[in-house]
Design a protein around this ligand. Structure first.
Ligand code: ADP
Ligand code: AMP
Length: 214
């Protein structure tokens, strides 16, 4: 099963993708995570991407499309994949359709997680993750069971993203509405997209998703 999770920054794509990954045995492909890994490696592409990411702007389509194209070819994608943060522009969605056609693959579900803009700032500014295993948390909505200790791996170091601040959130939301909003119409026009209410609790959103995925 191949799936696209759409939704504004902070809507809960990564949180839900991890749960779908575990429940259905398919792999999460987050273009944001890939770019952060590239930036951490210090490569020329990574440095270019980091400047744009820290300004809350999208990186060029060509960079992302080639990155995702080679990632989908990896053996761990054979059982299926969850696209998280991609496509983010109509040219990316068109390139994805063409790329999958060439590879003899298709997208089974396009699901938008709908969240009010006002909730995004609080969600993004409270987001952090385990430095060791990457498990995601939130200052208010998803605290570790034992304070300061990761539920998943027992790690005690946590990190926050450099782009998770109020100034950047506003630019990211603007980019979402201008560039990514039309994708919802692109898929809806083809009768391919469904929506879940992302304002519900994390568990409720998972239940809605499983209702669609079966
Ligand atoms: P995205 O991947 O769409 O940018 P995340 O999954 O990282 O968003 O979620 C952003 C933050 O909001 C995280 O800290 C997460 O714990 C929290 N979060 C995710 N879903 C919900 C929800 N339904 N209700 C409250 N907080 C949520
Ligand atoms: P995310 O982790 O999905 O919130 O993405 C973080 C940042 O990475 C975004 O604000 C963009 O700068 C960049 N990015 C991630 N995915 C894409 C994409 N598909 N197209 C363009 N830029 C992207």
């Amino acid at each position: 099963m191949n799936l696209i999770l759409l939704g504004a920054p902070g809507a809960g794509k990564g949180t839900q993708a991890k749960r779908v990954e575990d429940a259905y045995g398919i792999v999460q492909l987050s273009t944001g995570d890939m770019l952060r890994a590239e930036a951490a490696s210090g490569s020329a592409i990574g440095r270019e991407a980091k400047t744009l990411m820290d300004a809350g702007q999208l990186v060029p389509d060509a960079m992302i499309i080639s990155m995702i194209g080679s990632r989908i070819d990896k053996p761990d994608c054979r059982n299926g994949f969850i696209l998280d943060g991609f496509p983010r522009t109509v040219p990316q969605a068109e390139a994805l359709d063409a790329m999958l056609k060439d590879k003899g693959l298709k997208i089974d579900h396009v699901i938008e997680i709908k969240v009010d803009d006002d909730a995004m700032v609080e969600r993004i500014c409270g987001r952090y993750s385990c430095a060791k295993c990457g498990a995601g948390y939130h200052d208010t909505f998803q605290k570790p069971k034992k304070e300061g200790v990761c539920d998943v791996c027992g790690g005690t170091e946590f990190k926050r993203r450099s782009d998770d601040n109020e100034a950047t959130v506003r630019s990211r939301l603007k980019a979402y509405h201008e560039k990514t909003g039309p994708i919802v119409a692109y898929y809806a026009g083809q009768g391919r997209s469904k929506a879940v209410d992302g304002m519900q609790s994390i568990d409720d959103v998972t239940r809605q998703l499983k209702g669609i995925l079966g």
